[in-house]
Design a protein around this ligand. Structure first.
Ligand SMILES: Cc1ncc(COP(=O)(O)O)c(C=O)c1O
Length: 504
């Protein structure tokens, strides 16, 4: 300790600032932007800006500060404000004072021609390199999805949500201190119990609450699957056209996508390869996304046997099976056989709200620990309060009642869409009419239609959509628009389809 103190006080080590020609008034003080209406005090604003000038080299080391009286006059601030800022900067090491000589910018700060922040180097190059994964994402032309316009796919009827019931349940749980602490990375236990009961009785799963992992939306479930089931360079079998959110998650970690051959019922099991090195197959058997096919039970069994034989995982994405209008949905593949190699993926984004960011995975028991660990490293718990509310929402029967109401709601909208398409688009677009879900694919009768341009023009007219070509990774075989009708009212539907007819 003695040596450390002595060395630190050694006169060579403790460089005193040189009085330089430049002083603060030489730098244009008018460039200081002080907001007198801000809730941040003027001394704090001054401290922050001067420290930024010093770090960027704009105020060179050794620069002498004018006397606080002069600064106060020039900046039209009180001396008190100036002294507080100078004291702060001195305490933070930006300024040093020399008895009788004044206050100086510390010599330890960077020179103007060698600023600490290499502001001269533009873009990403000025930062240290990224991982392979980061580099891969950096190359993508990624656009955030926005769900504000009517017809944006994937948004449930947000006006029909039972907000009153939700508020009552929210109030019930909002002052439970225990929910404010750390809970469980795997998910709120009562929610996992209620969900297991719902999935087993309504979707034909075979699962216990211990197999459920609550995620932040199904998308996080997909991200966890990519981490635990795939290595860069692995092959993934994927529906084509198919869900972009899954495809992008797989390709981002360096997996290669092999498109599956499709039939009107979803993936064509008779065309599954007889040999494969793929590690995973992603499918939406209960309502193929986006084309809407429903995979028959016999095909599901065949697919399970095939996956078992070739030792690959199936991700069964059951994103909106609650909305089949005239028949009950076919039971999930997960429950069709004991120990099936299936990871079941679910979401509350369609049944409740996407803004909740709650989804779930059902995984075979031996995988639970690895999945929960991965989740804990990525984000830890999903918000406990929302989980407690959803748990009661299910337990008290609100969930089933809400689904029943929404099924009728969407059925009416779906029928309305059919008649509008018949009326306005009969010779330009064909609705791919599966009586389920929250969206409709309008396939263009013109196979050369530029559906991206149509989507852009439709958006300029005030309506959301996705071009069908976006759902292809390889050659685009069908073109058109995917329209989400669940979050539209009658007038919007009519105006939208009329606008589309005009554009076409
Ligand atoms: C096919 C499919 N799977 C999964 C999801 C996931 O949704 P989330 O991450 O909002 O739960 C969506 C959302 O649009 C979807 O269309």
């Amino acid at each position: 300790l003695y040596f450390i103190i002595v060395l630190n006080w050694h006169p060579l080590k403790c460089q005193l600032p040189q009085v330089k020609g430049a002083n603060l008034s030489a730098v244009n003080l008018q460039d200081l932007v002080l907001d007198r209406t801000s809730s941040i005090s003027l001394s704090q604003q001054l401290t922050l800006q001067l420290s930024q000038w010093m770090v960027s080299g704009r105020l060179a080391p050794g620069t002498r500060l004018p006397a606080s009286r002069v600064l106060a006059q020039d900046l039209k601030l009180s001396r008190n404000t100036i002294s507080t800022a100078i004291e702060q900067l001195r305490a933070q090491g930006y300024l040093t004072s020399q008895a009788g000589n004044g206050v100086f910018v510390s010599m330890d700060l960077p020179q103007k021609d060698k600023p600490l922040l290499h502001t001269a180097i533009q873009g990403l190059k000025k930062y240290p390199p990224l991982s392979n994964y980061g580099e891969q994402l950096q190359k993508n032309n990624f656009k955030e999805r926005s769900g504000q316009l009517p017809f944006t796919p994937g948004v449930p009827d947000l006006n029909a949500f039972p907000y009153k019931i939700w508020q009552t349940l929210l109030r019930r749980h909002s002052d439970r201190a225990v929910l404010g602490g750390y809970q469980s990375n795997q998910g709120y236990q009562p929610l996992r119990e209620n969900l297991a009961q719902y999935l087993n009785s309504s979707r034909g799963l075979r699962c216990t609450p211990e197999q459920i992992i609550i995620t932040q939306g199904a998308q996080q479930g997909l991200a966890l699957c990519t981490q635990l089931l795939l290595n860069p360079g692995d092959q993934v079998l994927h529906e084509e056209p198919g869900y972009m959110g899954a495809r992008k998650a797989f390709t981002a970690i360096g997996a290669n996508i092999n498109p599956l051959i499709m039939s009107p019922n979803g993936l064509d099991v008779s065309q599954l390869p007889s040999e494969t090195t793929a590690k995973l197959l992603y499918t939406t058997p209960t309502h193929q996304y986006p084309m809407g096919g429903i995979l028959p039970a016999s095909d599901r069994l065949q697919l399970l046997n095939w996956a078992d034989k070739h030792r690959l995982w199936i991700i069964e994405d059951d994103y909106d099976s609650e909305f089949h209008f005239y028949t009950n949905p076919i039971a999930a593949m997960q429950g069709m056989s004991e120990q099936s190699p299936v990871i079941y993926l679910g979401s509350f984004s369609k049944t409740l709200q996407p803004g909740l960011r709650l989804g779930y995975l059902v995984v075979p028991k031996p995988l639970v620990s690895a999945f929960v660990q991965a989740k804990s490293f990525i984000c830890g718990e999903s918000p406990s309060l929302s989980q407690a509310v959803v748990s009661d929402f299910i337990e008290e029967g609100h969930f089933i009642r809400h689904l029943r109401r929404m099924r009728l709601n969407y059925q009416k909208k779906w029928e309305h869409m059919q008649s509008l398409c018949e009326q306005y688009l009969h010779n330009t677009m064909t609705p791919i009419a599966q009586s389920a879900g929250m969206h409709l694919v309008l396939e263009s009768n013109d196979s050369k239609l530029d559906d991206v341009q149509l989507h852009q023009r439709f958006s300029q007219a005030g309506f959301g959509s996705s071009p069908l070509s976006y759902y292809y990774q390889g050659e685009v075989k069908r073109r058109g628009l995917v329209l989400g009708f669940s979050n539209t009212n009658e007038q919007e539907r009519k105006k939208g389809i009329q606008a589309l007819a005009t554009l076409l």
